[in-house]
Design a binder for this molecule. Sequence first.
Ligand code: COA
Length: 278
Amino acid sequence: MTSYKCIRIDVDDRVATVTLDRPEKRNAMSPRLNQEMVSALDGIRRDPDIDVLVLTGAGEAFTAGMDLKEYFRETQHDPIAFEAARDTAWQWQYKLLRYLPQVTIAAVNGWCFGGGFQPLVSCDLAIAADEARFGLSEVNWGIIPAGLVTKDVALAMGYRHAMHYILTGETFDGRRAAEIGLVTSSVPRAELDAAVAELVGRLRGLNPHVLRSAKEVYRHSLTMDYEQAWDYIGAKAVQLRTRDPENGRSRGMSQFLDEKSFRPGLGAYARPGPASDA
Ligand code: COA
């Protein structure tokens, strides 16, 4: 795999852990880090041997947001360079991460500020350390939460909470992030890896082709009207039957209706091959 300077990728048992790796800069997202993430995610999305992606940060931070020096200051008199840097950020934080075929989990280990909310919200699932500290700090230093942070944060935490944190720049911890729906749950820092592993284990027992379609349908139908969504979701359900090599739908029905070997309400059907042992 390509070697990177600002990120690290570890692949184990069909799970890719991508670590933002500039701990001395609190994993601030520089143009170079953003470029590396575009390359990494583009590789991962085409990799049939990866089912789950975990995004986390090295050291004390998940990410301290966009790099104030390299992303903002060094491009402030160069609109072309700024636009290029902005586009690279958009490519990975929004397009690639949000629509990655694999399920994505943000493991928020520490500081998460400003632009850091975008990759967090673009991940499908998120677990935070209780001790993690979040803040839409933009107003503290004279800018607005830009990119699509404002829009996406409101989607995750709802109008009142989003408006409160956008306007006050107040910080909050992992427990509060879970309370307001910004993350799925929060656990003590020492238990974060185990909580992520447990969630990964559950996902690994499910059919990845089904998860991919379920996620695509949820993401895309959000912005459709009801007529379009009805039609699109119907078509995607049919598409899944042709793109699922496991033929999970028939397999699941047979195991329930004919073999009477499992109850779909209580767990997953037995998958073929080694993944069924997960
Ligand atoms: N951009 C660029 N550099 C950053 C950075 C950012 N967003 N966040 C931290 N750094 C750098 C600091 O400049 C410092 O570099 P130096 O050692 O070369 O001086 C280094 O990371 C450590 O930062 P420091 O502030 O000393 O660490 P801390 O642990 O005391 O505090 C934070 C951590 C995250 C609270 C603090 O760094 C901070 O407020 N960062 C900015 C957060 C922010 O508002 N981000 C929004 C960007 S959209």
